[in-house]
Every structure is written in structure tokens, then in C-alpha cells.
Design a protein around this ligand. Structure first.
Ligand code: ZN
Length: 296
């Protein structure tokens, strides 16, 4: 499942093609993905201009010039790719390269931009992704976006804010960090990475990083810094692999990069002079990887 850095990487990859482009046609090739496409979405999007491509947590926000926003989620296996140049009009004859799994191309934005015509194609073999459409002024009450905590890449996420949220909470620290009401968009992999980087044990109570009056401890400061760093590093890594991708087949897929602790059960801890071995436990049905030696 893509985590926030992957979604942000996809957003940055699509933005130059989508922003400022006119949607000559939105083509939906089926009625639904995980959920039905909203009624009238094709008609409403067709002819509109995309004013900006944003992101909220793991949702892409395609802002149209009539005040509507298309909300897109990649689910488990969703991806976008960009094709440029005109498509052959001859029925049954296709002059542009066809991807192997074109049967999973479910939504196609036919675009006219300053640089010519292009297609942004949403492909999703497992169809856990979905799209919704809402008025921009009503995004806060959209069922998918309502109640999300602050963006972890924005200024609203601070040690002071989290300390206030975690005050008195006996909940394990890892679970509290995964709660989207506390922080929007933080997922399993990067919680493990941030906890390892800040030497904090995933099972300790969330309240141990706040004083009784809800002020942040030094460890909370370190944790928030670590969260920002792991996400920034991952976005940077995604950006470089994305450029490679575009040069080959135009796809904006996911990227693999090496994690410090995630998926490294039984391997030596990478904290200098630690000497510990990475362990795996299960918390709330999800794997947690951590070092029992240096994470306290
Ligand atoms: Zn260690």
C-alpha cells in the first residue's frame, strides 16, 4: 500500500502535466472502483481546467476551475501514468505503446495543456482505490477527509500539539501515532522508522512523552523531528526514482528504498555501537519492527 511519501511523489510527478491543463474529456471505463464513481462526475469534469493538484493525507486533490475537487485515493495497487501525444483515431489500430495490463486502466483524463495533448491514466488491478468529487468549500465535511489530524509535512504538526493529544493516554505510542485523528497520513512503515530513529519503544504509553499538564518532553521533540526527517528523506528518494521512471515508460509507480528497521527482523540494528537485533511484534494486527536494545 502506498504511504504518504509515495502519494506525494505521484502528486509532484503529475503536477506539471495536470496543472493548468483543460480536461478535454474524463473517460471512466467502469461504474466503480472500490466505491461507485460519483454521479455526473464525467460530465462535470469534462471541459474544466485543472487549477491545482494538491494532497491531503494520502488523498490527491484535483482542483477544477468551477470550484469542484476530485478526491483520488490509490488504494492498494492504484497508479497513474502519463502518455503524451495524440492517440490514433483509426478504430482497432493503436499507434501508441500499449501497456500490458491496459484492462486495468479505469479512468483517463484526456488533457489539453500548453505543451500539447496528453492522457493521465489511472490503473488499478485490485480496485481498492477510489475517486470522489466535492465542492472545494465543503472538503472539511467530506466523509473521507473529515476529522483528519494535521498534515505531517505542515507547520501544524508540532511537539506541543502532540503532547496535548497524548497527555494521559495509556495507548501504545505506535497506535497513537497511527491514529489519523492525531496525525494525517502517517502509516505503518514510517512510524516504525521514526520510532527507531528517535530510540523510542513502540509499546511504551503515548503519555510518557508528555508532562501531566500536556507539555512535550525532550523525547517528544526528538520524535517529531524524526517523523519529519523520515518523510522528507522518503520523498527525496521517491523523487529521484520517479525521474528514472518517467524516462522509461511514463509510469508513476511506487518505489522501493531501503528502510532502517522496517522488514528487517533478525538483522543487526543500524544504530552505531548498538549491537542489537531487530525484532518483530504484532500490534493491533500490524507488524512492528524495532530494536529492543536501543529503543526504550
Ligand atoms: Zn539498536
Amino acid at each position: 500500500m502506498p504511504e504518504l511519501p509515495e502519494v506525494e511523489t505521484v502528486r509532484r510527478g503529475l503536477a506539471p502535466t495536470m496543472e493548468g491543463a483543460r480536461i478535454a474529456r474524463l473517460e471512466l471505463r467502469r461504474k466503480d472502483l472500490r466505491f461507485p464513481f460519483p454521479e455526473g462526475m464525467e460530465a462535470r469534469a469534462t471541459g474544466r481546467t485543472i487549477v491545482s493538484l494538491g494532497r491531503r493525507a494520502k488523498y490527491l486533490l484535483i482542483d477544477l476551475d468551477d470550484g469542484a475537487t476530485i478526491i483520488a485515493h490509490l488504494g492498494m495497487s492504484g497508479s497513474f501514468r502519463i502518455e503524451t501525444g495524440p492517440v490514433a483515431e483509426t478504430p482497432g489500430e493503436f499507434h501508441h505503446p500499449r501497456s500490458k495490463d491496459e484492462k486495468h486502466d479505469h479512468a483517463i483524463f484526456h488533457l489539453e495543456g500548453p505543451a500539447g495533448v496528453s492522457r493521465v491514466i489511472y490503473n488499478d488491478p485490485r480496485r481498492f482505490g477510489f475517486m470522489d468529487m466535492a465542492e472545494r468549500t465543503a472538503l472539511d465535511i467530506n466523509p473521507f477527509l473529515h476529522g483528519l489530524g494535521p498534515e505531517l509535512t505542515g507547520n501544524a504538526l508540532s511537539a506541543a500539539y502532540l503532547a496535548e493529544r497524548f497527555k494521559g493516554k495509556a495507548q501504545p505510542l505506535k497506535s497513537a501515532l497511527l491514529d489519523q485523528k492525531n496525525i494525517a497520513g502517517l502509516g505503518n512503515i514510517y512510524v516504525c522508522e521514526a520510532l527507531w530513529r528517535s530510540h523510542l519503544k513502540p509499546t511504551r504509553a503515548a503519555a510518557t512523552l508528555a508532562t501531566k499538564t500536556g507539555k512535550p518532553t525532550k523525547q517528544m521533540d526528538l520524535l517529531v523531528t524524526s517523523i519529519r526527517e523520515v518523510i522528507a528523506d522518503a520523498i527525496l528518494a521517491g523523487g529521484s526514482s520517479l525521474r528514472d521512471h518517467i524516462q522509461t515508460d511514463g509510469s508513476l509507480g511506487y518505489f522501493q528504498h531501503s528502510f532502517s528497521v522496517y522488514d528487517r527482523e533478525g538483522q543487526p540494528c543500524r544504530t552505531p555501537d548498538c549491537g542489537g537485533t531487530i525484532a518483530r511484534i504484532v500490534q493491533a494486527g500490524r507488524s512492528t519492527f524495532y530494536c529492543p536494545t536501543c529503543q526504550k
